[in-house]
Design a protein around this ligand. Structure first.
Ligand SMILES: Nc1nc2c(c(=O)[nH]1)N[C@H]1C(S)=C(S)[C@@H](COP(=O)(O)O)O[C@H]1N2
Ligand SMILES: [Mo]
Length: 421
């Protein structure tokens, strides 16, 4: 793990650029003014003492941040039970998604489970069918791992062309959380994997009994049976009290409210047919098992819901990049729709199958921009343009859209979701 901000020695070019900025007095500060009441007037919070430590036993954000919430698109699904809401990416910083802002995707609503009555059963091609209570699970050696979860349908509404005018809706079916859980391998070894077992069916306790087949190889590799997220127990929305963590694989396989693992010699095709995500190709064929999420990036600010309000001058472009196949090696930013590319600064830890944060600091001249970001992952894979994706998979796809996103910025700083040819 490296923090590249700190580890990279400052290059001569970066130093000269910094010097040029410093030469223009300040980056973005203003001269002190004696008639500015925000400086001179006593504000209410400077006079009256505030609430005590008992007032907020579970802390909440400032009321001034009340716009930073998950949002649903009402026309997208028939009701809010089998539906999805979206992470407010434009307002977030760093790489960890706060628990209250993790998008939700349910097929039969949120299961509200009494952990004392919850059981996890392992059966099928095993030596000893076993059942675990939550107390049993907590006695196994555990791991803490940060991983992104992206729904395969993320950006699906953008396949045919630019549609949703907010990064929350174009890219918000993703979150990045530190999970605490037991390696699935340990539980499977306790039950004893029988020869011939190749797949693990994972089933949830929600009303659809959502089930997904996971290749045994993946189950024995880096999957976790997680009971905590970002330090506290899972939220009910995210599968309390137990969920499967399947790093790098599409979100639908991360079964929530996990109650059953059945080992078998084949995937449970038929049972999953109704709900399996399939990629329709241009020639009418379909890709069925596309588990790994391809490398993808997006600028989260500025964005349609986060316009530039300060006018020309120094500013920060920031965004996220991720890959289901490893780390992010590099992110480039374009200001002119992909004609010229500039390296962005990767910030914070660079972790396997986790969100990476990038920043690009520059001086806006007030002219229109066509902002794009493009990432390269540790396997050398380069994020494709949307046209390159369409050439490969046609127009009728919905899932696994990892194409390059374009934001058009006008002279007023307003941002629109567009596509460039
Ligand atoms: N039991 C159960 N697990 C589930 C689902 C569900 O509806 N029921 N939805 C799946 C899908 S399609 C996705 S994208 C992720 C979403 O996880 P989240 O709600 O934590 O964002 O959970 C997956 N696991
Ligand atoms: Mo999903």
């Amino acid at each position: 793990m490296t923090d590249r901000d700190d580890s990279r020695p400052p290059s001569r070019r970066a130093f000269l650029k910094g010097a040029a900025v410093a030469g223009s007095a300040t980056l973005a500060g203003r001269p002190v003014r004696a008639d500015d009441p925000a400086i001179t007037a006593l504000q209410p919070w400077m006079i009256a003492r505030g609430e005590g430590v008992d007032a907020r036993p579970y802390g909440l954000p400032s009321p001034h941040e009340s716009h930073v919430i998950k949002r649903n698109i009402e026309w997208l699904t028939a009701d809010a039970i089998s539906s999805v809401n979206f992470t407010p990416l434009a307002a977030l910083n760093g790489t960890i998604t706060p628990n209250g802002l993790c998008f939700e995707r349910h097929h039969a609503g949120i299961a509200e489970i009494d952990p004392a009555a919850h059981r996890l059963m392992i059966h099928g091609l095993v030596e000893r069918p076993l059942v675990f209570t939550m107390a049993d699970i907590l006695r196994f050696p555990r791991r803490d791992r940060i991983h992104f979860l992206e729904c395969a349908a993320n950006s699906g509404m953008e396949w045919k062309g630019a549609q949703m005018n907010a990064v929350q809706f174009t890219h918000g079916m993703i979150h990045n959380v530190m999970y605490t859980g037991v390696p699935l391998r340990l539980l499977l070894e306790e039950a004893g994997v029988r020869p011939g077992a190749k797949w693990v069916l994972a089933e949830g306790a929600d009303a659809v009994k959502m089930a997904r087949s996971i290749p045994l190889e993946k189950a024995l590799d880096d999957c976790l049976v997680a009971f905590a997220m970002n330090g506290e127990r899972l939220r009910e929305e995210q599968g309390y009290p137990l969920r499967l963590v399947v790093p790098g694989f599409e979100g639908s396989m991360w079964v929530k409210w996990l109650r059953r693992l059945e080992l078998g010699d084949r995937p449970w095709h038929l049972r999953e047919e109704a709900s399996r995500y399939t990629d329709l190709l241009g020639d009418g064929r379909a890709r069925r098992f596309t588990f790994e999420m391809d490398a993808k990036s997006v600028i989260t600010s500025p964005a349609p819901e986060a316009p530039i309000t300060h006018g020309p001058g120094p500013m920060v472009i920031t965004g996220l990049a991720w890959s289901g196949r490893g780390r992010i090696a590099r992110v480039d930013v374009s200001l002119d729709g992909g004609v010229n590319w500039h390296p962005a600064r990767l910030s914070g830890p660079s972790l396997d199958k986790a969100l990476h944060r990038f920043h690009f600091d520059f001086r806006w001249n007030g002219k229109p921009l066509l902002l794009q970001s493009r990432c390269i992952d540790s396997t050398g894979y380069v994020q494709p343009t949307k046209d390159a994706l369409r050439a490969l998979r046609g127009l009728n796809s919905v899932y696994h859209n990892n194409g390059i996103q374009t934001w058009e910025v006008n002279e007023a700083g307003e941002v629109t979701n567009v596509e460039v040819g």
